[in-house]
Ligand binder design. Structure first.
Ligand code: NAP
Ligand code: F7E
Length: 346
């Protein structure tokens, strides 16, 4: 049987790197769109890129979601069976500082791909990386039918992308689906997202490589799942007879503070918080201040509580998260511990 062709935008990111592996295991030929940067940005996929056995199955091309020409040419040349649009300016706090770029890349970038599929008259199936951020402060649990009222330029750009995907599906008959994914983390999560930042920081404090960890809002609640489980869900979404939108989540949520306690437990560290608001401080067993609040990490508008209802995905896709919260934290802590100890021995 002929191998299917998948194009992944955002292949250098957390999800892209897991999805590429998942699809290669399913015998796809994987094409990845990467941005030109002044330093290497392919760390998460270098093992695939440098594997001579994968030369014909794994190919990377330069392009950018803000550049129509590169998108059109790539899609025209590859004529992929499936496109997974994972590329985005994906940091919520940064989107308040770069709102126009975020709208261009994370919002209109999606339209550029859909327009290429439409004008080239292709039968390509399209997956859009939508997000729980589109719900804003709608009361949990949030599902596909919940009110969508984002609280950040990122959420607004992603809501545009979510809706333009639905509109091209309903208006032009394009096979286009949204995966509305709640937060998902892993050993290769970007280090500026709160889970990885907490783990890296506390591991380094444990190893006496760092004195304090500076954080923002400790009381936001998130529904944190494990990224490798979620990329399987993305693929399942595109294997349905009819295109549709699906929430992928765990149905459980924890505060940022709960996350800190969990990490400390894994590291055999004690932590006790005292004080309120910006004066809240986390002390270790020796009474040393190891966590402090820096208001620069507060957002102009916060999404307070996210917890997803994934019953549609469970029923239709037969998808559910496999990895528990505890197991995910354990894996992430172990990985960063090894990484930090390893860097000492270099
Ligand atoms: P990530 O690690 O931040 O990766 C983002 C990817 O997008 C990177 O490969 C990045 O390239 C690429 N990119 C950024 N701007 C681009 C542009 N203008 N043109 C082309 N590529 C560009 O994100 P992730 O966590 O893997 O998430 C994947 C997707 O799911 C994103 O769209 C995100 O918004 C969405 N999402 C994520 C979560 C989550 O919890 N992880 C939840 C819901 C939705 P560089 O490597 O060059 O920076
Ligand atoms: O923040 C609070 C922060 O940046 C989580 C992206 O993948 O998931 C992600 O967006 C919470 C927020 O993720 C710090 O205020 C406290 O309430 O890890 P985060 P996010 O904003 O939920 C969604 C689903 C996406 O789609 C996005 O692409 O943690 N928080 N202190 C902090 N957050 C950060 N980053 N840094 C802090 O120091």
């Amino acid at each position: 049987m002929l191998s299917k062709k998948a194009l992944i935008t955002g292949i250098t990111g957390q999800d892209g790197s897991y999805l590429a592996r998942f699809l290669l295991n399913k015998n796809y030929t994987v094409y990845g769109l990467i941005r030109r940067a002044s330093t290497f940005n392919t760390k998460r996929i270098d093992d695939l890129h440098n594997n001579v056995k994968l030369k014909k199955k794994f190919k990377l091309f330069y392009g950018d979601l803000t550049d129509e020409t590169s998108i059109n040419n790539l899609i025209k040349d590859i004529q992929p069976n499936e496109i997974y649009n994972l590329a985005a300016q994906s940091h919520v706090k940064v989107s308040f500082e770069n709102p126009v770029y975020t709208a261009n890349a994370s919002g209109i970038g999606t339209l550029r791909i859909l327009e290429a599929i439409r004008t080239l008259n292709l039968k390509t199936k399209f997956y859009q990386a939508s997000t729980s951020e589109i719900f804003g402060n709608t009361k949990p649990p949030q599902s596909e039918n919940s009110i969508m009222r984002p609280c950040s330029p990122y959420g607004a750009a992603k809501l545009y992308a979510n809706e333009i995907t639905r509109i091209y599906r309903e208006g032009f008959g394009i096979y286009a689906s949204n995966g509305i994914l709640f937060n998902h983390e892993s050993e290769v999560r970007g280090e500026t997202f709160v889970t990885r930042k907490i783990i890296k920081g506390l591991v380094r404090i444990k190893l006496n490589k760092q004195k304090t960890l500076l954080l923002g809002n400790l009381y936001a609640k998130r529904d944190w799942g494990y990224a490798p489980d979620y990329v399987e869900g993305m693929w399942k979404i595109l294997q349905q007879k009819k295109p549709d939108d699906f929430v992928l989540a765990t149905g459980k949520s924890y505060t940022v503070k709960n996350f800190i306690y969990k990490v400390c437990k894994n590291l055999n560290m004690k932590i006790k918080f005292k004080g309120k608001y910006e004066k809240e401080i986390g002390y270790n067993e020796n009474g040393r201040a190891i966590i402090k609040i820096d208001p620069k990490y507060y957002r102009p508008l916060e999404v307070n509580s996210l917890r997803g209802n994934f019953s549609k995905a469970q029923k239709v896709l037969k998808w559910k998260p496999k990895t528990s919260f505890s197991e995910m934290v354990r894996k992430m802590v172990l990985n960063d511990y090894k990484e930090e100890v390893g860097s000492n021995n270099k």
